[in-house]
Design a protein around this ligand. Structure first.
Ligand SMILES: [Zn+2]
Length: 328
């Protein structure tokens, strides 16, 4: 299996390649990782390799099978996406897939099913899926994509081969962005640092007009934080309540600003947050208090990813920040 255009994750890639060339490819694979780490990209890649006609260099990207797969029209690759807020794959969707899987593949040696799970999938659906992967129809391969395998039943986890995807090193991610988008090397590096090398997030940041807005919000929050009263901080966080994307980006920026403040306070100079002035102002706080701040921003961002209620999250975040610097 040729993964030359998929960054990072060397262990995952070699394990999959070995399984592929041994001719005993697992019938159930679980790709877990944060959004933006390439879970769907990799699933698509595996699916193409399984249907590709050039087995020695699959996926070749050029044979008719690869071309149809790339166009999303290969008859032996199906994609099943969860719906609604929790991204639930319904019992009906699983049932439909199960009956489809009983037929022989149309063209390829495999029928590939890519299942994209959200954070909440009902037990009924999972039990239905479990039956299917316990006794998989011949030639069927199930590629399951999720944030964390913990969201799935242990009985499903134990029957699938699980792989954890991580962002590539920041340097690689920055180079990748430069070759795929019109950005200066310095900007690519900044984005890679801001997003921890997460390519999906980097593209999102780049494509969204909220990047500048997020920076402004993060700076005003950082500046308002040391004040005695809570009013300024609440006003600075108000724009985040209505906009989840802005909220996530602002929290990411803020985490960097907080880290910068810690760096400055400890006599360092390498700053990543993009606003030395805001970091400098925070650096007046005692180091014992400062070191708690990056973790608080990180936790808030993780909670947001888990679909927490934004206004409750921001209220708690503000209280935690103020608590950390003795302003409660
Ligand atoms: Zn091919």
């Amino acid at each position: 299996m040729d993964f030359s255009d998929f960054l990072g994750n060397p262990g995952v890639k070699s394990a999959l390649s070995d399984a592929f060339s041994s001719g005993r490819f697992p019938h159930a694979i679980l790709l877990q990782g944060e959004p933006g780490t390439g879970r769907r990209t990799l699933a698509g890649h595996i699916a193409r390799a399984l249907v590709c006609r050039e087995k020695d260099r699959a996926p070749c990207g050029e044979c008719p099978a690869c071309r149809r797969a790339l166009a999303g029209s290969h008859p032996d690759i199906r994609r099943i996406e969860g719906k609604g807020d929790g991204g639930n794959i319904s019992v009906e969707q699983i049932q439909e897939m199960a009956s489809d899987a009983q037929r022989m593949p149309d063209e390829a040696d495999y029928s590939v099913y890519i299942l994209v799970f959200g954070d909440r999938t009902s037990e009924a659906s999972q039990n239905k899926l479990l039956k299917l992967i316990e006794e998989p129809p011949e030639g069927a391969v199930f590629l399951m994509v999720c944030r964390s395998a913990q969201a799935l039943l242990s009985t499903i986890r134990s029957r699938a081969q699980a792989f954890q995807l991580m962002p590539p090193p920041e340097e690689e991610a920055a180079q990748w962005l430069q070759s795929h988008a019109d950005v200066k090397p310095s900007e690519a590096q900044k984005l890679a640092a801001l997003c921890g090398g997460n390519l999906g997030r980097m593209q999102e940041e780049l494509g969204s007009g909220t990047a500048k807005e997020a920076m402004e919000a993060a700076v005003s929050i950082a500046k308002a934080l040391p004040a005695r009263g809570a009013h300024g901080l609440l006003a600075a966080t108000a724009p985040l309540l209505k906009d989840r994307a802005l909220c996530r980006q602002t929290l990411a920026r803020l985490e960097l600003l907080f880290r910068d403040a810690v760096v400055l306070r400890s006599g360092g100079k390498t700053l990543l947050g993009g606003s030395p002035e805001a970091a400098d102002r925070l650096a007046d706080l005692p180091i014992k208090q400062l070191v708690q701040l990056p973790g608080l921003a990180e936790k808030a961002r993780q909670d947001l990813e888990r679909n927490a209620n934004t206004s409750l999250l921001i209220t708690q975040f503000c209280a935690a920040l103020r608590g950390a610097i003795g302003r409660s």
